[in-house]
Write a protein that binds this ligand. Structure first.
Ligand SMILES: [Zn+2]
Length: 214
Protein backbone atom coordinates (compact mmCIF):
# COMPACT_ATOMS: atom_id res chain seq x y z
CA UNK A 1 0.00 0.00 0.00
CA UNK A 2 1.27 3.49 -0.83
CA UNK A 3 2.33 5.70 2.08
CA UNK A 4 -0.17 8.41 1.13
CA UNK A 5 -3.02 5.87 0.93
CA UNK A 6 -2.19 4.57 4.42
CA UNK A 7 -2.12 8.10 5.82
CA UNK A 8 -5.45 8.88 4.20
CA UNK A 9 -6.99 5.68 5.65
CA UNK A 10 -5.80 6.73 9.12
CA UNK A 11 -7.32 10.22 8.77
CA UNK A 12 -10.64 8.63 7.75
CA UNK A 13 -10.45 6.17 10.68
CA UNK A 14 -9.91 9.00 13.19
CA UNK A 15 -12.95 10.84 11.80
CA UNK A 16 -14.97 7.59 11.94
CA UNK A 17 -14.21 7.39 15.69
CA UNK A 18 -16.00 10.74 16.08
CA UNK A 19 -18.96 9.68 13.96
CA UNK A 20 -19.27 6.45 15.97
CA UNK A 21 -19.15 8.35 19.29
CA UNK A 22 -16.04 6.43 20.29
CA UNK A 23 -13.96 9.55 20.74
CA UNK A 24 -14.18 12.47 23.16
CA UNK A 25 -12.27 15.60 22.07
CA UNK A 26 -8.77 14.61 20.95
CA UNK A 27 -8.28 11.81 23.50
CA UNK A 28 -8.66 8.93 21.03
CA UNK A 29 -5.86 7.72 18.81
CA UNK A 30 -5.53 5.14 16.08
CA UNK A 31 -2.56 3.54 14.34
CA UNK A 32 -1.57 1.19 11.53
CA UNK A 33 1.43 -1.15 11.41
CA UNK A 34 3.91 -0.35 8.61
CA UNK A 35 7.32 -1.85 7.71
CA UNK A 36 9.68 -1.40 10.69
CA UNK A 37 7.19 0.61 12.73
CA UNK A 38 3.75 2.17 12.72
CA UNK A 39 1.80 5.22 11.61
CA UNK A 40 -0.21 7.02 14.32
CA UNK A 41 -2.47 10.06 14.71
CA UNK A 42 -0.72 13.18 16.08
CA UNK A 43 -0.98 14.67 19.56
CA UNK A 44 -3.66 17.28 20.41
CA UNK A 45 -4.88 18.19 16.94
CA UNK A 46 -8.57 18.45 16.06
CA UNK A 47 -9.57 15.46 13.88
CA UNK A 48 -11.38 17.72 11.43
CA UNK A 49 -8.10 19.54 10.78
CA UNK A 50 -6.11 16.37 10.08
CA UNK A 51 -4.42 16.00 6.73
CA UNK A 52 -2.50 12.94 5.53
CA UNK A 53 0.79 14.79 6.19
CA UNK A 54 -0.10 15.21 9.89
CA UNK A 55 0.02 11.44 10.54
CA UNK A 56 3.25 10.47 12.32
CA UNK A 57 5.42 7.50 11.39
CA UNK A 58 7.49 6.00 14.23
CA UNK A 59 9.99 3.19 14.22
CA UNK A 60 9.83 0.53 16.96
CA UNK A 61 12.20 2.61 19.11
CA UNK A 62 9.77 5.53 18.99
CA UNK A 63 11.89 7.68 16.67
CA UNK A 64 10.09 10.08 14.32
CA UNK A 65 11.49 11.65 11.13
CA UNK A 66 12.66 15.28 11.40
CA UNK A 67 9.81 17.70 10.68
CA UNK A 68 7.03 15.32 11.80
CA UNK A 69 4.30 16.36 14.15
CA UNK A 70 4.42 15.09 17.74
CA UNK A 71 2.85 11.61 17.91
CA UNK A 72 -0.10 10.81 20.18
CA UNK A 73 0.97 10.70 23.84
CA UNK A 74 -0.07 7.01 23.87
CA UNK A 75 2.40 6.02 21.12
CA UNK A 76 4.19 3.74 23.60
CA UNK A 77 1.00 1.77 24.30
CA UNK A 78 0.57 1.21 20.54
CA UNK A 79 4.26 0.31 20.08
CA UNK A 80 4.22 -2.23 22.91
CA UNK A 81 1.06 -3.92 21.62
CA UNK A 82 2.61 -4.20 18.11
CA UNK A 83 5.74 -5.65 19.70
CA UNK A 84 3.94 -8.33 21.68
CA UNK A 85 0.94 -9.11 19.46
CA UNK A 86 2.28 -10.13 16.07
CA UNK A 87 -1.25 -10.37 14.62
CA UNK A 88 -2.01 -6.71 15.44
CA UNK A 89 -2.04 -4.54 12.28
CA UNK A 90 -4.29 -1.73 13.58
CA UNK A 91 -4.82 -0.37 17.12
CA UNK A 92 -7.47 1.97 18.52
CA UNK A 93 -7.37 3.67 21.91
CA UNK A 94 -10.18 5.94 23.14
CA UNK A 95 -12.25 7.01 26.14
CA UNK A 96 -15.75 6.03 24.94
CA UNK A 97 -18.34 6.84 27.64
CA UNK A 98 -19.72 3.37 28.46
CA UNK A 99 -16.36 1.60 28.50
CA UNK A 100 -14.95 4.45 30.58
CA UNK A 101 -17.87 4.24 33.03
CA UNK A 102 -16.90 0.62 33.80
CA UNK A 103 -13.18 1.51 33.75
CA UNK A 104 -13.81 4.17 36.42
CA UNK A 105 -15.30 1.41 38.59
CA UNK A 106 -12.26 -0.83 37.80
CA UNK A 107 -14.67 -3.35 36.28
CA UNK A 108 -14.34 -5.31 33.06
CA UNK A 109 -17.14 -6.87 31.01
CA UNK A 110 -18.04 -10.42 32.12
CA UNK A 111 -19.74 -12.97 29.81
CA UNK A 112 -23.16 -11.28 30.04
CA UNK A 113 -23.60 -11.58 26.24
CA UNK A 114 -22.14 -14.07 23.77
CA UNK A 115 -20.42 -11.36 21.67
CA UNK A 116 -17.95 -10.79 24.52
CA UNK A 117 -16.10 -13.65 22.74
CA UNK A 118 -15.40 -11.30 19.79
CA UNK A 119 -12.68 -9.79 21.98
CA UNK A 120 -10.94 -13.18 22.09
CA UNK A 121 -11.85 -14.48 25.55
CA UNK A 122 -14.75 -15.21 27.87
CA UNK A 123 -14.51 -11.74 29.43
CA UNK A 124 -13.05 -8.32 28.63
CA UNK A 125 -10.63 -7.50 31.41
CA UNK A 126 -9.96 -4.11 32.99
CA UNK A 127 -6.22 -3.37 33.23
CA UNK A 128 -4.97 -1.93 36.55
CA UNK A 129 -4.54 1.84 36.66
CA UNK A 130 -1.31 3.41 35.43
CA UNK A 131 -0.38 6.96 34.38
CA UNK A 132 -1.27 7.81 30.76
CA UNK A 133 1.65 7.50 28.36
CA UNK A 134 3.64 5.38 30.85
CA UNK A 135 5.47 2.10 30.38
CA UNK A 136 3.40 0.73 33.27
CA UNK A 137 0.22 1.42 31.27
CA UNK A 138 1.55 -0.76 28.41
CA UNK A 139 2.53 -3.46 30.88
CA UNK A 140 -0.89 -3.50 32.57
CA UNK A 141 -2.74 -3.42 29.24
CA UNK A 142 -0.70 -6.36 27.91
CA UNK A 143 -1.54 -8.37 31.05
CA UNK A 144 -5.25 -7.69 30.43
CA UNK A 145 -4.77 -8.73 26.78
CA UNK A 146 -3.23 -12.12 27.60
CA UNK A 147 -4.72 -15.42 26.39
CA UNK A 148 -5.44 -14.15 22.85
CA UNK A 149 -7.61 -11.25 23.96
CA UNK A 150 -7.75 -8.30 21.52
CA UNK A 151 -9.59 -5.69 23.65
CA UNK A 152 -9.41 -4.48 27.24
CA UNK A 153 -10.54 -1.60 29.43
CA UNK A 154 -7.98 0.62 31.19
CA UNK A 155 -8.88 1.52 34.79
CA UNK A 156 -9.80 5.19 35.31
CA UNK A 157 -8.90 5.84 31.69
CA UNK A 158 -10.67 4.14 28.73
CA UNK A 159 -10.19 1.20 26.39
CA UNK A 160 -7.78 -0.19 23.80
CA UNK A 161 -8.23 -2.85 21.12
CA UNK A 162 -6.40 -4.22 18.09
CA UNK A 163 -7.27 -6.14 14.92
CA UNK A 164 -5.82 -7.27 11.61
CA UNK A 165 -7.04 -4.19 9.70
CA UNK A 166 -8.50 -0.72 10.29
CA UNK A 167 -12.15 -1.57 9.50
CA UNK A 168 -12.05 -4.50 11.93
CA UNK A 169 -10.53 -2.42 14.73
CA UNK A 170 -13.26 0.23 14.36
CA UNK A 171 -15.95 -2.50 14.34
CA UNK A 172 -14.43 -4.18 17.41
CA UNK A 173 -14.22 -0.90 19.33
CA UNK A 174 -17.87 -0.20 18.57
CA UNK A 175 -18.85 -3.73 19.64
CA UNK A 176 -16.97 -3.38 22.95
CA UNK A 177 -18.57 0.03 23.59
CA UNK A 178 -22.04 -1.45 22.89
CA UNK A 179 -21.33 -4.35 25.24
CA UNK A 180 -20.23 -1.93 27.97
CA UNK A 181 -23.46 0.04 27.53
CA UNK A 182 -25.62 -3.08 27.69
CA UNK A 183 -23.79 -4.37 30.77
CA UNK A 184 -24.12 -1.03 32.62
CA UNK A 185 -27.83 -0.88 31.72
CA UNK A 186 -28.40 -4.48 32.86
CA UNK A 187 -26.61 -3.74 36.18
CA UNK A 188 -29.09 -0.94 36.82
CA UNK A 189 -31.97 -3.45 36.81
CA UNK A 190 -30.34 -6.05 39.01
CA UNK A 191 -27.85 -8.87 39.25
CA UNK A 192 -26.73 -9.93 35.75
CA UNK A 193 -26.70 -13.70 35.10
CA UNK A 194 -23.62 -14.80 33.18
CA UNK A 195 -22.91 -17.41 30.51
CA UNK A 196 -20.81 -20.35 31.70
CA UNK A 197 -17.20 -20.88 30.59
CA UNK A 198 -18.38 -23.92 28.60
CA UNK A 199 -21.03 -21.84 26.78
CA UNK A 200 -18.42 -19.18 26.01
CA UNK A 201 -15.91 -21.79 24.82
CA UNK A 202 -18.45 -23.05 22.26
CA UNK A 203 -19.13 -19.46 21.07
CA UNK A 204 -15.38 -18.83 20.77
CA UNK A 205 -14.95 -21.95 18.60
CA UNK A 206 -17.84 -20.88 16.37
CA UNK A 207 -16.31 -17.41 15.88
CA UNK A 208 -13.03 -19.02 14.83
CA UNK A 209 -14.96 -21.15 12.28
CA UNK A 210 -16.69 -18.05 10.87
CA UNK A 211 -13.37 -16.23 10.53
CA UNK A 212 -11.94 -19.16 8.52
CA UNK A 213 -14.89 -18.94 6.10
CA UNK A 214 -14.35 -15.21 5.42
ZN1 LIG B 1 -6.25 7.81 26.74
Amino acid sequence: MLDHTRRHILVQAARSMNRMDLNQGTSGNVSLRVDNGFLITPSALDYDRYTAADMVELDMDGRVPVGSRKPSSEWQLHRDIYKHKKEAAAILHAHPPWCTTLACLERGIPPCHYTVAMAGGDSIACASYALFGSEELSHNALSALDNDRCACLLAHHGMVCFATDIESVLALALEVENLARIYVQALQIGEVPLLSSEEMRVVGEKFIEYKKQE
